[in-house]
Write a protein that binds this ligand. Structure first.
Ligand code: GLN
Length: 487
């Protein structure tokens, strides 16, 4: 029997269209897999077996009637629990939203549904997308399918783990400072953070608006281009979204990087980067050279300030965004008789938020307060501009930049969670990209002691095409995508 759950979307879609397999069979195959491995992985917060099967049967009937059912017809998709799904629990990994059922779909959710996608569940994540391991989830951590005592990465760890464990075909994640690329690297899947503004953020529960984007997590680069082609483009509900309607990225899938010029910025191989990771990434650079690209080592001097800059901006924005969770408007409320509203508000937030979220609200509020605003927040904004300039200069001379996605392979569960600073440091190679707003992809580039390593390809603003083309060329010339974890 074919394990349909282990296939890519583009392969399955062909089979569904030719009626070699029905969507119902695909959904059943994915849920059989979930029954088998989910108790080990914990990739999902909610699962929607009944509604998924029902939707699949409707799609199958429409296909039999010869109707055009869209580019994702009957394909199972796992959605990170930070995106609103109409009528379906959306927790954002937090106790404070443990009973929140949105009355609307996020724009990306609406767009994939329109193409016939079937949402099979909502995936686990760090609370409010704050973290790099999913250990900050209020609903327990996920486990890495390649090594069960290791983290999946985060914050979109559930989405990446579900793909790696073949518990879904496609997934969506969000990336404020690495949350798509970090778990993609740790779970050996593909993850793309689009250019800021390319994908609508409407219905994405906000953490730090000026940094984040929704993007695809997939089993290969072709699926990534396909999913991006569907979710991108203007949305009148998001004023920061691009003015153009929609772009198709399937033309980017060309196996050729001849004469591409690649920059390898040395600041991305700084302190804390494991030698084994460095070697995997350099092997990738040399592979590109063998395939006809040129590369040069470059310097981007302000990258070293990325971590403090990112955390100041992100925490400041978070402190303001999370003010809305007061127990009055959404979700959970701590009850206390005859208490003033501010007391109820305080207890609700004390009980509803986890410790990392509280830490960030406090630090962000501090950085924005009178007397400290100039010293911290404003200064961070100025350095952000310098970091942006570094990217502009580097990308003026190069088609793309190649760096590690993460400085290390996945770490052990429990290893960093008690030490927030060491957790923050692991974001060193991903946060600069969000500060600059440019696109970047993480694709698998090797294993170190059976633990996955990812390489990051960074492009010019709105040049997802080049990023995807370089990634595709690498993938076509490597056999990593065909490797599967033993579960
Ligand atoms: N690890 C980073 C943080 O904790 C990035 C998270 C994200 O991209 N949502 O803020």
């Amino acid at each position: 029997m074919v394990n349909y759950n282990a296939l890519t979307c583009h392969k399955l879609k062909e089979m569904i269209d030719r009626q070699e397999v029905s969507s119902e069979e695909v959904i059943n195959s994915v849920f059989d897999r979930i029954d088998k491995v989910e108790s080990k992985i914990h990739a999902y917060i909610s699962l929607f077996r009944d509604s998924a099967l029902k939707e699949a049967r409707v799609i199958d009937d429409r296909i039999k009637n010869g109707e055009n059912v869209g580019r994702l017809s009957g394909i199972p998709v796992a959605v990170k629990d930070v995106m609103c799904t109409k009528g379906k629990l959306t927790t954002c990994g937090s106790r404070i939203l443990k009973n929140y059922i949105p009355p609307f779909d996020a724009t990306v959710v609406e767009r994939i549904k329109k193409e016939g996608a079937i949402i099979i569940g909502k995936t686990n994540m760090d609370e409010f997308a704050m973290g790099s391991s999913t250990e900050n989830s209020s609903f327990g951590y996920s486990r890495n399918p390649w090594a069960l005592d290791h983290v999946t990465g985060g914050s979109s760890g559930g989405s990446a783990a579900a793909l790696a464990a073949d518990e879904t075909i496609l997934a969506l994640g969000s990336d404020t400072g690495g949350s798509i690329r970090c778990p993609a690297s740790f779970c050996s899947v593909v993850g793309l953070k689009p250019t800021y503004g390319l994908v609508s953020r409407y219905g994405l529960i906000a953490y730090a608006n000026s940094l984040e984007q929704i993007g695809p997590l997939t089993k290969d680069v072709t699926d990534c281009a396909l999913l991006l082609s569907i979710i991108n483009g203007n949305d009148r509900c998001d004023s920061t979204s691009v003015p153009f309607q929609n772009r198709d990225y399937m033309n980017a899938l060309v196996d050729d990087v001849r004469d591409f010029t690649l920059g390898v910025p040395r600041e991305f191989f700084g302190e804390g980067t494991e030698e084994t990771v460095e070697k995997c990434v350099w092997d990738a650079v040399h592979k590109f050279e063998d395939l006809g690209a040129n590369y040069s080592e470059i310097s981007m001097p302000h990258i070293v300030y990325s971590i403090p800059t990112y955390y100041l901006v992100a925490m400041s924005e978070a402190s303001s965004n999370l003010a809305r969770f007061d127990g009055v408007r959404y979700g959970f409320r701590a009850e206390k008789n005859n208490a003033d509203w501010n007391v109820v508000f305080g207890i609700t937030r004390e009980k509803g938020f986890g410790s990392e979220v509280k830490r960030r609200i406090i630090l962000g509020t501090f950085a924005l307060s009178a007397g400290y605003y100039d010293k911290y927040y404003l200064k961070a904004l100025k350095i952000r501009t310098l970091i942006k300039d570094d990217f502009e200069k580097a990308l003026a001379k190069h088609s793309a930049l190649i760096t590690p996605t993460m400085p290390t392979p996945p770490f052990k569960i429990g290893e960093k969670i008690e030490d927030p600073l060491s957790m923050y440091m692991s974001d060193i190679d991903t946060v600069p990209i969000n500060l600059a707003g440019v696109p970047s992809i993480s694709i698998p580039c090797g294993f170190v002691n059976n633990l996955p390593v990812g390489v990051q390809i960074i492009g010019r603003l709105f040049d997802e095409e080049t990023v995807l083309r370089i990634a595709y060329t690498y993938e076509q010339n490597s056999s990593l995508q065909r490797k599967k974890p033993n579960l």
